[in-house]
Design a protein around this ligand. Sequence first.
Ligand SMILES: Nc1ncnc2c1ncn2[C@@H]1O[C@H](COP(=O)(O)OP(=O)(O)O)[C@@H](O)[C@H]1O
Ligand SMILES: C[C@@](O)(CCOP(=O)(O)O)CC(=O)O
Length: 547
Amino acid sequence: MNNGKGRKKHGSVKRSHSNTKRQQLTLSELQSRFESQNSISGEIESTDSSSSSSSGADGTVLTPSSTSTPDSVSNAQITPTSTATNANMSRTQMKRKQSSPMAPAFMVSAPGKVIVFGEHAVVHGKAAMAAAISLRSYLLVTTLSKSHRTVTLNFRDIGLDHTWDIDSLPWNVFKHPSKKKMYYDLVTELDPDLVEAVQPHAAAVSTDKPDDIRKIHQGSAAQFLYLFLSLGSPESHAAIYTLRSTIPISAGLGSSASVSVCLSAALLLQIRTLAGPHPDQPPEEAEVQIERINRWAFVGEMCIHGNPSGVDNTVSAGGKAVLFRRSDYSKPPTVTPLNKFPELPLLLVNTRQSRSTAVEVAKVGRLRETHPEVTEAMLDAIDKVTMSASEMIKENDFEADDDEDLEQFGALFRINHGLLVSLGVSHPRLERIRWTKLTGAGGGGCAITLIKPNTSQQTLQDLEEKLTSENFEKFETTLGGDGVGVLYPAVLRNGVTDEEGGEEIDQQKFENAVGMEGIERLVGVHASGNERREGWKFWKRAGGWTK
Ligand SMILES: Nc1ncnc2c1ncn2[C@@H]1O[C@H](COP(=O)(O)OP(=O)(O)O)[C@@H](O)[C@H]1O
Ligand SMILES: C[C@@](O)(CCOP(=O)(O)O)CC(=O)O
């Protein structure tokens, strides 16, 4: 249906927030509200049914933000998200009334990741070592009143803004007894019939955009619809899903997995299949919930990539650092948390050379077909590198600031990178930075560089200047952060007390926050430095609740 044109206003999210009760609602209360909304019909008249505009070393070492601006954001409780271009959304329908309070907006967030060792090999059953990073995606979920029957995907960073009529979606196919999946099912492949059912609805997206952009938008739409139709129901509430991310897109840092984890967590929360996270949550319960989010995030990843290993979504969902292996795609992977993951002095550098994970993964797949024995030997060698690194950091005396330890670790970086070069997934720009290993799919994207402990400030500064002059981008990030988290309701307290209330996240400000600093400043899980912002709660893998 409508491609976002004609939509002037997003859902109402800006309200003064002195009502402390509302802020103190638990997630289960949130879920109850979602449920009770299903049975309440609306009573307030909409005033907007005709909006017209779109929103629319030397051995040392080594976001896009949308420019479009929505025309306006209403604070009316029942602001429609899409308008007259949809035949099913007539003016009369828009004027239906509602009396129920809407579920408060909430936000979920999930991190990107760095693969330290083992990318590509992990797709073929070998081990990979990966850690969550502090760059994250943020998804704001705004529920609309019962009088609306639309669902909007507003992926601002990539300029995607599309609204579907919920009643026009192929629920009959997804809910057919032979197809229906339960939220706890282990789904390891996409059902071709379901993919086909989603296709025309995804194909209606961004038809006026250039091929490359349209392809990305339609991929995101297919991912969202597959998850929405699998987890939601024809009674699902009208809602807007607005996403912003501080993770560079298609740069090897797991941006797609973090989006997928956010969508999975939001949809599972809305259908009341997750409790928590909360400080007293037993680790086993948190583990089950992380796994639930992770499984559906994997389904979302399959919609975008075809053949993902699942390491990205696993790290994004659970956070910290893990050793990951999926030997049999019909079974869950083996995930070993690396509790002693060292604080490696790493520099994360983006070549700004865009590439596609799917294309790079396919390259290795083809090499494996044409030269099976040689390729298998290289993948085995990568597996050995990963396992050696894992053994090293498990040893009690590994010190991330010890010259000798780092020298040995750096050697493993070099070997792993060399093998990736041989697999054909490097890029000339990745070869410009010494002591570096590409991370993620390669073909461009990011590299990680180990900084020797005795590196002088001057050398670092020279390096930075060199990187800047050659149009590389350097990231400050810490490794081993939290996984998926929730801010419920989407209210930032910013140091004020419960009684004083807080500031509800303003959708327009969120959409228009400039660059990663702007997003971080507005909603980031870390308000400043490593200090966690009040309100954000994270599911914790076994190992306890951290403050
Ligand atoms: N900020 C974002 N907003 C919307 N979609 C995103 C965003 N970041 C990533 N994606 C989705 O993920 C895809 C990139 O995935 P991929 O090529 O695997 O890169 P990465 O290595 O960063 O995961 C994008 O084409 C888009 O579908
Ligand atoms: C190449 C691969 O090992 C990692 C891809 O990471 P990214 O999408 O480039 O962030 C693929 C995978 O594990 O699914």
